[in-house]
Design a protein around this ligand. Structure first.
Ligand code: R5P
Length: 299
């Protein structure tokens, strides 16, 4: 694509490379450094003047640092004369804090959206962001907002690598029903159901099974995020108590904090797969085709 430069931030190089290849667009370069005192240094090394720039960075691992890096980069791109700025934020941090759940709390995603609004970004693309209590993200972020899904890519992987017979799709909680539905459709219209989750603390959840029949059935679990792994561990235990057979775990954003990956390995699952919105040992599926398809549709 003529006149397009794809740039990756420190958590987006891998996707920038894949997206630039698929778009047949120039892959540009940014120098991102951290000074000894912790401040962030950004230098755009490619010519972006009068060009459409696709900038990709996930706000994960050190989300606060990544936010500063992303906002400084986007503002600099505008300053350097980019004609159109498409910000691709495959993993949007703070999306789960979309309400004041307890008195006095910051509604973090609203504040982050305000920060994006101050920068003149043309479009924002993200993947499976928690939008449960945000009805109009375009208004909130001040830029045309595209919330895409990585679940179809996960389903393609499952279909290519496993037999789908006697299988039911399970979402670990009510919010995961949307992803369970897509996964079930993509796997040929098989059944899906959800569990009930009560969060006790950031690391601890209680999973209850509703009236579901999984005895001697194979399971594909799908969730948006695996963070500490608590949700998946408790879901797998609950499903096994009900007599489930082989279990495949899929998720879009494998944050895998702390010992999460070890916890997953110990479950002896048939397979564990996530996408590359966040690079991890289970990132076997790329969301690059989803991003490119949507950008093409809109440009
Ligand atoms: C929460 O609502 C999300 O959909 C995930 O289920 C959650 O973030 C997973 O977190 P963890 O792996 O720490 O249980």
């Amino acid at each position: 694509m003529e006149g397009v430069v794809v740039l990756g931030g420190s958590s987006g190089y891998h996707l920038a490379y894949r997206v630039s290849k698929l778009m047949r667009a120039e892959l540009g370069e940014i120098d991102v450094k951290t000074f000894p005192d912790g401040e962030t240094y950004i230098r755009i090394l490619s010519n972006v003047e009068n060009k459409t720039v696709v900038y990709i960075n996930s706000l994960q691992r050190n989300p606060n640092d990544k936010i500063i890096e992303t906002l400084y980069t986007l503002d600099t791109l505008r300053d350097l004369g980019a004609s159109k700025i498409i910000a691709v934020i495959p993993y949007m941090a703070y999306a789960r804090q979309d309400e004041r759940f307890n008195p006095g709390e910051a509604v973090s995603i609203h504040i982050l959206a305000k920060l994006f609004k101050t920068i003149d970004v043309d479009e924002i693309y993200t993947i499976d962001m928690h939008l449960h209590r945000i009805s109009d993200p375009t208004k909130l972020f001040g830029a045309k907002f595209h919330n895409l899904t990585g679940v179809r890519e996960l389903a393609k992987y499952v279909k290519q690598n496993h037999e789908i017979e006697n299988t039911i799709v399970i979402g670990p909680d009510e919010e995961a029903e949307q992803w369970a539905k897509i996964m079930a459709e993509e796997l040929g219209g098989i059944d899906y159901s959800i569990l009930e989750k009560k969060r006790v603390s950031a690391e601890e959840v209680i999973i209850q099974t509703r009236d579901i029949d999984v005895k001697d059935k194979n399971i594909v679990i799908v969730d948006d995020i695996i963070s500490t792994g608590g949700t998946i561990v408790e879901s797998v235990k609950a499903l096994r108590r009900l007599g489930a057979k082989e279990i495949i775990v899929t998720c879009v954003h494998p944050l895998l904090v702390g010992k999460a990956y070890y916890k997953l390995l110990k479950l002896d699952l048939k397979d564990i797969v996530g996408t590359d919105t966040v690079l991890s040992p289970i990132s076997k599926v790329s969301v690059a085709p989803v991003i490119v398809e949507e950008i093409r549709k809109n440009t």
